[in-house]
Design a protein. Structure first.
Length: 442
């Protein structure tokens, strides 16, 4: 692994666009932006030849991908070519930055610029250049997650100790208690389908979707993630649910909303409908995973859970509908939800694990032990988390920090729980437009 000064690589990423060319006249703006967007898509597809995880979805022109390969070895020639192309596109964008445009076009410009900076970072990482955790998240995802010390998580552990049944080790008591709320394997499909149908019905009351939108659910094993949305284009998704570990009853709503309605499936559907089909903006036919778009996608997907079930509505639906369907006894449900509420304070624990592991402060074994001690995970779940971090690195910030950025933007602009109409209006706006974390956080 190569090391490089944070100052040097920051300068490289932010000030590489220094090539001087003739400026374009305002009338050429849309034409040139569309050309840059097309080249951005081709760039992402080319980077994807060297990292199979980079291109998360693509439904653009087939000929742009026909002759591309996968799992190619990355060498100095690839680095030189991809870096030069990225710099060229950033320079092209710089020439357009002085011209005034509509709000949507300004958002588009900012989106493409931040996406290209992330592409530049990814190319550098493929070449062995690694940034410290916080600099990596800033370069890839346009955001930096707050840090939390052990005492922050210990206070939550102390609170759980007070309410969990039994005595002794808190982690064991937590796991033993939660195992009462595992969805039986033979009930999984019925519970998930019911959760999905309810989330879809609620979402459609607030967000109109194309009539032919749909998704299918598959149950898989041996994955580092809990669930995944594979967007196929034409308003269709395939959602995979990993059944390696026990799935608790609350995960049905979590995954139905996060992966489906109003989460990833709705997000990709609205981008395709509003920006690709209606405006011809081809940059949205590709989803580059390690870019700011992922923070928006994961943040809206997590916030979408509370959108469809605000307040106590979720608990009511789960107790009255999902518990009986799963054959679970709702007798201890109230305590279960108190435990879940406390566990939300562990949301940022994964960031600390990733930060210290990727920065080389902790070994793999030390990180697993920390997750067991300060997030009360079983060893099996902790090992699964480490596997995710090893594959996706600093991506973990997109779930918690992403949700907080989306939540703060919506509530700051009037979308409070007491104003559901405004809340849905702002949420749909984020899903339907080219947004960046830095833009929402302003």
């Amino acid at each position: 692994m190569k090391n490089i000064s944070v100052v040097i690589i920051t300068i490289m990423l932010l000030f590489s666009c220094n090539e001087k060319k003739d400026k374009y006249i305002p009338g050429d703006l849309e034409l040139k932006m569309n050309s840059i967007a097309d080249d951005y898509v081709k760039l992402v597809l080319n980077i994807g030849q060297y990292d199979p995880d980079f291109v998360d979805a693509y439904y653009g022109p087939k000929e742009w991908r026909e002759n591309l390969k996968s799992n190619l070895p990355f060498d100095s020639t690839a680095y030189k070519n991809l870096s030069a192309k990225t710099d060229s596109l950033l320079n092209e964008l710089e020439l357009l930055s002085e011209y005034k445009a509509t709000e949507l076009e300004t958002l588009r410009f900012r989106y493409l610029y931040k996406q290209l900076l992330a592409c530049k970072t990814k190319v550098a990482m493929l070449n062995g250049i690694m940034l410290p955790f916080d600099e990596e998240t800033k370069a890839l995802y346009d955001a930096t997650a707050p840090a939390h010390n052990n005492e922050f998580f210990q206070s939550t552990i102390n609170d759980l100790d007070k309410i969990l049944p039994g005595k002794g080790d808190v982690a064991k008591r937590l796991n033993d208690f939660k195992m009462k709320f595992v969805i039986p394997t033979d009930k999984l499909k019925d519970v998930f389908n019911t959760a999905i149908n309810e989330c879809r019905a609620i979402t459609l009351k607030h967000i109109p979707l194309p009539e032919n939108e749909s998704f299918t659910v598959e149950y898989v094993k041996n994955k580092s993630w809990g669930a995944y949305n594979w967007y196929k284009g034409n308003f269709r998704s395939v959602i995979q649910v990993n059944t390696d570990l026990p799935i608790f009853i609350d995960r049905a709503i979590d995954l139905a909303a996060h992966e489906g309605y109003p989460g990833h499936h709705v997000y990709n559907t609205l981008l395709e409908s509003n920006l690709v089909d209606k405006r011809g903006w081809k940059e949205f036919t590709v989803y580059a995973l390690f870019t700011p778009q992922s923070l928006i996608a994961e943040g809206t997907a997590n916030y979408g859970i509370d959108m469809v079930f605000p307040g106590d509505e979720r608990i009511k639906f789960e107790k009255e509908v999902l518990f009986p369907l799963a054959g679970l006894n709702p007798g201890e449900a109230d305590l279960y939800y108190k435990v879940l509420e406390l566990q939300k304070k562990f949301n940022y624990a994964g960031n600390e694990a990733a930060r210290n592991y990727l920065n080389g402060n902790w070994t793999r074994e030390q990180t697993i032990a920390w997750l067991q001690k300060y997030e009360l995970q079983t060893k099996e779940r902790a090992e699964k988390n480490i596997s995710f971090i090893e594959t996706y690195r600093s991506y973990v910030i997109n779930y918690n920090l992403g949700m907080d950025i989306v939540k703060n933007y919506i509530e700051h602009n009037g979308g409070t729980e007491n104003n559901q109409e405004k809340r849905w209006e702002l949420f749909q706006y984020i899903l339907s437009t080219p947004q960046t974390p830095g833009g929402l956080a302003k």
